[in-house]
Write a protein that binds this ligand. Structure first.
Ligand SMILES: [Zn+2]
Length: 69
């Protein structure tokens, strides 16, 4: 519970990364393998900010959340 897993997957270029919370309360951060190592680290930090702020449980629209992060 509240573990964070990180995986790298091939995705369309316009998606840098995303985070999902599972029913156990664990998180999986998925990073796009097209990113450079530096961009991947920044994307991971960004996704961790969503976890830290509880965004996966928010009822706000994702675009409103993105404007805050
Ligand atoms: Zn975001």
């Amino acid at each position: 519970m509240n573990d964070v897993y990180c995986r790298v997957s091939r995705m369309p270029y316009h998606i840098r990364a995303f985070v999902m919370e599972d029913t156990e309360g664990d998180y999986t951060v998925t990073l796009n393998d097209h990113l450079s190592d530096e961009a991947m680290l920044k994307a991971a930090e960004h996704e961790l900010s969503h976890i830290g702020e509880g965004d996966t449980r928010s009822e706000e629209h994702f675009s409103a959340l993105e404007n805050k992060r």
